[in-house]
Design a protein around this ligand. Structure first.
Ligand SMILES: [Zn+2]
Length: 463
């Protein structure tokens, strides 16, 4: 079977056929680095990480080029730099490093290339020049604007007509625009903001332009897949298409457009604890990153995902079940093997992660009910191999359950558990109850299974 992806532009699920299977190109719009990443911003990172891993499996690890940009010049960055009295790079370097750490904790592979906007100003100016020359852009009042009326396909991706856009309240109306839907390619810098020279006067680029410039520089004028959050379809991706196609008179920018749905935050449902923590940086201090990754992939990527305490708790339980099966198979020597066909097919079918997760549970069950050593070995290898393809289950199961505990605590808990077994055998319920209370006070959760008890530390909640 081959990979199928839902393409936003044609509005259908299509078989993925790269232009060149030896160099498959994927571009995803990256972060604006002026603050900590919100959990909603982590959803595309994790979703496209699964796609990246899948493409690497199909075409070979060296054949997939994944570019994700860093927006390091922007109004919010400029504002933060002015407020703190520092150069923008002081802000962007700090938050780029934090972003890397946080996304690493979610098990996301780093992209192949990570171009920065400020390193591509010359490429952006060249694109503007080409658009002006072809009659798709014009200079007015220190700005350069894209002339939307000059591009017949404008609105095709988002399914909007130019009339709708003009009527839309979100379009900024300025006197120097020929048409209210025209968007900024270059604008004058405000006092204190970074500034670059250009044939149209000193200033800085409009946000949409950087992606067109960096796509062309890092991947080429036409790419296989362009991804991002659903909220970027309009105006950002619509404008990327307009710029890239009009600068070079080319029919296509990306052959497949893939967009993930929103993370919905129901204030009432998350009023109590974890669901209320919105920054990845804070969440990973309280919950293993793998639990957050599981939660983010538990729904189909195109659908909205309701972010709640229950979702996080259930994700923890799901991974506990899978790691529990691996822990009980600790005696079986089995490196990660070939993931089963049904698991791979689920991912190849427009990244159906919920179906793939169901396959992981089926594999765990096979492992737990296997009779012979051979069956156990192949079931464990399959479970580990499937987990690896989706970025799960690569931790040491013992560390998973007691990872946050230090050696003293570990010895104490093991001792109490041994005492508990004896007390239960002797039907000494007062002692068993006392031990339970002691474990509880140590923040230890005990999970009784057919082969004895496993334990882990309770995930800490914000106070
Ligand atoms: Zn972009």
């Amino acid at each position: 079977m081959s990979v199928f992806l839902h393409d936003t532009l044609t509005r259908e699920k299509r078989e993925f056929v790269p232009a060149d299977p030896k160099r498959v190109t994927l571009y995803v719009c990256g972060p604006t680095v002026y603050n900590y990443a919100h959990i909603g911003n982590a959803r595309p990172v994790v979703v496209f990480d699964v796609l990246f891993r899948l493409l690497r499996r199909v075409y070979g690890a060296g054949a997939v080029v994944y570019a994700r940009n860093i927006t390091d010049v922007d109004d919010k960055i400029n504002q933060a730099a002015i407020e703190q009295g520092v150069d923008i790079s002081a802000i962007t370097d700090k938050f780029t490093a934090i972003y890397h750490q946080d996304m690493d904790a979610l098990g996301a592979l780093r992209p192949t290339v990570e171009p920065r906007a400020t390193a591509h100003i010359a490429e952006m100016l060249a694109l503007i020049g080409a658009m002006v020359q072809r009659g798709h852009a014009y200079a007015a009042d220190g700005h350069v604007l894209f002339d939307t009326a000059s591009f017949a396909d404008y609105g095709q991706l988002s399914g909007r007509s130019l009339e709708d856009m003009i009527a839309g309240a979100r379009v900024e109306v300025a006197g120097y625009k020929k048409n209210p839907a025209d968007f900024v390619l270059w604008k004058p810098s405000k006092p204190g903001e970074p500034v670059w020279d250009s044939p149209w006067g000193p200033g800085r680029p409009g946000w949409h332009l950087e992606c067109s410039a960096m796509i062309e520089k890092t991947l080429g004028p036409e790419i296989d897949i362009h991804g991002g959050g659903h909220d970027l379809i309009f105006p950002h991706h619509e404008n990327e298409i307009a710029q890239s196609r009009c600068a070079h008179d080319q029919p296509v920018l990306a052959r497949y457009w893939v967009h993930n749905g929103f993370l919905t935050m129901d204030a009432e449902k998350m009023s109590k604890s974890l669901g209320n923590v919105k920054l990845v940086h804070e969440l990973i201090k309280r919950v293993p990153g793998e639990v957050l990754r599981w939660a983010l992939l538990s729904g189909h990527y195109r659908a909205p995902l309701d972010w709640t305490d229950t979702l996080i708790e259930q994700s923890r339980k799901s991974l506990d079940r899978l790691y529990g099966a691996l822990q009980r198979a600790g005696d079986v020597e089995a490196p990660p093997g070939e993931p089963p066909q049904a698991f791979v097919e689920a991912l190849e079918d427009d990244l159906n992660t919920p179906r793939a997760m169901a396959e992981l549970f089926a594999l765990a069950k096979t492992l737990e009910t296997a009779k012979s050593e051979n069956e156990r070995r192949s079931a464990k290898a399959a479970l580990l191999g499937a987990g690896a393809l989706a970025g799960f289950l690569q931790a040491d199961p013992d560390a998973w359950f007691s990872g946050a505990a230090d050696d003293d605590l570990r010895i104490k808990v093991e001792g109490l558990l041994a005492e508990r077994i004896e007390a239960r055998k002797a039907k000494d319920w007062p002692t068993a109850d006392r031990i339970r209370d002691e474990l509880n006070a140590l923040n230890v959760v005990v999970m009784d299974g057919p082969d004895g008890a496993t334990w882990r530390l309770r995930d800490s909640n914000p106070t």
